[in-house]
Write a protein that binds this ligand. Structure first.
Ligand SMILES: [Zn+2]
Length: 87
């Protein structure tokens, strides 16, 4: 799979570290135990486009948010995570 890093351009996915779904938000501190359990362990497994976090470990070392379709791995958007949702 090729990943379009916004900083480096198209790169092989082996240069990246996958960090999972970008949607979960850490609960505020102190959190209810069940709320924190859900944040740590429970994930959706949708068939379709989702936002994911990838770290370009062997490149620019930026965090990248990809919008990837889980059915066919088609990447429809890539942006630096530090730039937020709009890009
Ligand atoms: Zn990069």
């Amino acid at each position: 799979m090729r990943i379009p890093c916004p900083y480096c351009g198209d790169r092989d996915s082996q240069e990246f570290v996958y960090r999972g779904d970008a949607a979960p938000v850490r609960p505020s501190d102190p959190a209810e135990e069940t709320e924190f359990f859900d944040y740590v362990y429970l994930r959706e497994n949708p068939a379709g486009p989702i936002d994911e976090l990838w770290y370009h470990a062997q490149g620019c070392r930026n965090w990248i948010t990809l919008t990837r379709d889980t059915r066919d791995h088609a990447i429809s958007a890539a942006r630096l995570t530090s730039e937020g949702k709009s890009a």
